[in-house]
Design a protein around this ligand. Structure first.
Ligand code: TMP
Length: 211
């Protein structure tokens, strides 16, 4: 059996983690192995790179440097976790993937899209998600949600980038969805979590039926 690769994307505080948890719960009885993972992260090496990216001074990395670091983390994640899981036939639920690099570093950060295309080609290659759920939310609401979080992790370097960055980021994700409508589906993150979960389930059922 071949695996199924689903990525979740969106701005800060859009509700990805809640939705991944709800979907993983719903898939529990499917008889398939479920792998929940995240980017940057998912292997010890990629988690080490994550800590460099998500904390510290807002200006510590340029957008191209961030694209390179995220791609190095992604390469480790793909080779160490995602591809082996897909080869075992697992359903992989990934909290962010290549579209975050395009939206954060490309659209919002101004990194040359040619570099992002080349990195995607070299690192991701054919291992593109079968389905990408883009959870769309007004960034003012999303950022307000993240401020209410008391996880004490201080992984807030991107949250401190300012509202204009987050508005452009949202447009970036919507542009990605418009460019690849078969792979990417936009989910309204402003609705109740259970309603968003139902919309997500509709999309997941469609790709599960397709096999
Ligand atoms: P998270 O907080 O949603 O787990 O994601 C960590 C941060 O990393 C988030 O602010 C988005 C950012 N990010 C990028 O800028 N580019 C990327 O390629 C990825 C995967 C994440």
């Amino acid at each position: 059996m071949s695996g199924l690769f689903i990525s979740f994307e969106g701005g800060e505080g859009a509700g990805k983690s809640t939705q991944i948890g709800l979907l993983a719960e719903r898939l529990k009885d499917s008889g398939r192995e479920i792998v929940v993972t995240r980017e940057p992260g998912g292997t010890a090496e990629a988690e080490a790179i994550r800590s460099l990216l998500v904390s510290g001074d807002v200006g510590r990395w340029s957008a191209p440097a961030e694209a390179l670091l995220n791609s190095a983390a992604r390469d480790s994640h793909l080779r160490g976790s995602i591809r082996p899981a897909l080869e075992r036939g697992a359903i992989v639920l990934c909290d962010r993937f290549m579209d975050s690099t395009r939206a954060y570093q490309g659209y919002a950060g101004g990194c040359d899209m040619g570099l992002i295309d080349a990195l995607e080609q070299a690192v991701v290659g054919a291992t593109r998600p079968h389905l990408t759920l883009i959870i769309d939310l007004d960034p003012e609401l999303g950022l307000a949600r993240t401020k209410g979080r008391a996880d004490g992790l201080a992984e807030d370097r991107y949250e401190r980038k300012g509202l204009d960055f987050h508005r452009t980021l949202r447009e970036g994700f919507l542009a990605i969805a418009a460019r690849e409508p078969e792979r990417c589906r936009v989910i309204d993150g402003g609705q109740e979590p259970q309603a968003a979960a139902a919309a997500i389930w509709q999309q997941v059922s469609r790709v599960l039926r397709r096999g």
